[in-house]
Design a protein around this ligand. Structure first.
Ligand SMILES: Nc1ncnc2c1ncn2[C@@H]1O[C@H](COP(=O)(O)OP(=O)(O)OP(=O)(O)O)[C@@H](O)[C@H]1O
Ligand SMILES: [Mg+2]
Length: 156
């Protein structure tokens, strides 16, 4: 049975820095929940990409973090907040291809410098705040497409 989509649904995931074994668990769990709720495919795609990149950045760069999400009929909000080194130059970090990932992280396939640009690209609202030596917070809002009934028409 599908949950009542007129209600606000909230949840959170704790992310541990360096925990590559569990990389992608949070974004995968959120994606599953969105599928179960019957959310439009296009929205799920955007949320999944944005959440996965945020999750990876916490794992790669931070000590620990939390990803909170809120699902409403209008939009999905993802807030990724971490305790970590912070980002000195946000404008530079937002540029495609900019990365400080060390070689051993690059060998695992990360460090293309595309995570933050992709988070922004897939969000309708994107905010990033960072304090060097304290941590980084990324807030992303993805608006849901009201006119896409491809998945919800069955529920009418
Ligand atoms: N949560 C964070 N804490 C500290 N620094 C970060 C954080 N997120 C991003 N950065 C910094 O910003 C840079 C760019 O991040 P971005 O996610 O765009 O690329 P990347 O992680 O280097 O590579 P990719 O995401 O393509 O694997 C990072 O290399 C890092 O220096
Ligand atoms: Mg990244």
């Amino acid at each position: 049975m599908k949950e009542d989509l007129s209600k606000t649904i909230e949840g959170s995931f704790h992310i541990v820095g360096g925990d590559f074994i569990r990389a992608g668990e949070a974004s995968t769990a959120l994606k599953k929940q969105l599928i179960d709720l019957g959310i439009e495919e296009e929205t799920i795609r955007k949320v999944s990409i944005a959440t996965f990149e945020a999750e990876m950045n916490i794992i790669i760069y931070a000590t620990a973090g939390i990803i909170r999400y809120t699902i409403t009929p209008e939009e999905i909000t993802i807030i990724a907040e971490d305790m970590g080194p912070g980002i000195e130059d946000i404008e530079l970090a937002m540029q495609e291809g900019y990365s400080t990932a060390p070689d051993w992280v690059r060998e695992m396939g990360w460090g293309a410098g595309m995570g933050l640009p992709n988070m922004k690209k897939n969000s309708d609202i994107f905010r990033i705040e960072s304090v060097v030596g304290e941590g980084t917070t990324v807030e992303m809002v993805i608006r849901r497409k009201k006119d896409d009934h491809s998945r919800n028409s069955r529920e009418a």
